[in-house]
Design a protein around this ligand. Structure first.
Ligand code: NAP
Length: 329
């Protein structure tokens, strides 16, 4: 059987992705073969496909860290042909082992999670790592005492996949959500998914002083770098920042004063847990849960597998709105 995959190669110091024809023998070993139906496009997947940064650390390798589909072969007693399953987050999938940008994937059985009966696999991938990571951040804000009555919560990188779900979830819980974005033209979209206010990326802090006006009771930061510094300097007393992203930069230069004079906390969020190991945040996102996003259809959309590389190039060059999901034919 022959099928198509997008494979990343390292050639003369550069990383290059190509659509290639494969057989099962070309894939990394595993006990379960899945026919792919949907695969997510996360920021790190786009970096991998376009060869930006070192997301993938083995070459050649198929990128794509999240996929859902149907089991077609299994030597693992836990899985049978016909099971509707997903592989998302954690382990080496799509980074050190062949991942989801392939019409067939092969993995060890313990990397797999079941798509709950009655749930469309699209929904599972559409929410995926993006919504799960945001749900972890929301849980952390609540655990650290940032309740809706404490004041506005800022979400940076507002139009991104993860941030869109953060806005949606926070609004659903009754928070006054302020979205910051570099895409002023997407104000209606951001308000439609729950933002009470939208500010430009430069609108996070009033100026460059080590302590600026106190504006945010909490923040969910998807971008790092200078915007993270700006929001730390404009947090309210005992404000909490949950950071999980690096779209604006991998380094943070800031002042000690928000921490020692306002008691601000900065906490890191890592959502790279395989589905079988996800805890309350994952279950609270499922149907009927209090973190269930209310605007999945507005945030997520499908693209054809043939368009994956072009979409990733666009995402890295100029950003995209919401969360793209590859649909395999
Ligand atoms: N730690 C974890 O477990 C975890 C899990 C998921 C994601 N992440 C990280 O979270 C970030 C977002 O991921 P995603 O998949 O949601 O990506 P995404 O859909 O591409 O969203 C990123 C958003 O960041 C903003 N942005 C892009 N470049 C920027 C720049 N130079 N300066 C300021 N803002 C910029 C844009 O929003 P606006 O135009 O609206 O500003 C963009 O839509 C990535 O860094 C990703 O690696 C981490």
């Amino acid at each position: 059987m022959k099928f198509t995959a997008v494979r990343l190669y390292e050639e003369e110091g550069k990383r290059v992705s190509r659509r290639v024809e494969q057989t099962l023998d070309d894939l990394d070993p595993g006990t379960v073969v899945i026919k792919s139906k949907y695969a997510a496009v996360n920021y790190k997947d786009a970096r991998a496909v376009t060869g930006v940064g070192k997301v993938v650390s083995r070459y050649p390798c198929i990128p794509g860290v999240e996929v859902a589909g149907t089991v077609v072969e299994s030597t693992d007693p836990a899985w049978r042909p016909g099971d509707v399953v997903t592989v998302q987050g954690g382990r080496d999938f799509g980074m050190r082992r062949d991942g989801g940008y392939s019409e067939y994937v092969r993995v060890p059985g313990d990397w797999i999670g079941r798509v709950p009966e009655g749930t469309d696999p699209f929904e599972s991938v559409a929410m995926g790592l993006a919504a799960y990571t945001s749900a972890l951040a929301v849980e952390e804000l609540i655990a650290r005492g940032v309740t809706p009555d404490k004041g506005p919560v800022l979400v940076t990188g507002g139009t991104g996949g993860s941030s869109s779900f953060a806005i949606d979830m926070l609004a659903g819980l009754g928070y006054h959500v302020v979205a910051s974005t570099g895409k002023a033209a997407e104000t209606d979209y951001l308000k439609g998914i729950g933002a009470a206010e939208v500010v430009g990326r430069e609108g996070i802090a009033a100026g460059d002083k080590p302590l600026e006006d106190q504006r945010w009771a909490g923040a969910i930061d998807a971008v790092g770098g200078k915007p993270l510094d700006a929001l730390l300097r404009s947090m309210k007393q005992r404000g909490v920042v949950c950071a999980f992203g690096n779209a604006a930069g991998e380094t943070l230069t800031t002042s000690i004063y928000p921490f020692i004079l306002r008691g601000v906390s900065l906490t890191g969020i890592n959502g790279n847990h395989p589905v079988p190991e996800r805890g309350t945040a994952w279950s609270r996102m499922q149907r009927g849960g209090d973190l269930r996003p209310r605007h999945i259809e507005d945030i997520a959309y499908t693209i054809a597998f043939e368009d994956l590389q072009a979409h990733c190039a666009k995402l890295i060059a100029s950003g995209a709105r919401g969360r793209a999901v590859v649909k395999f034919s």
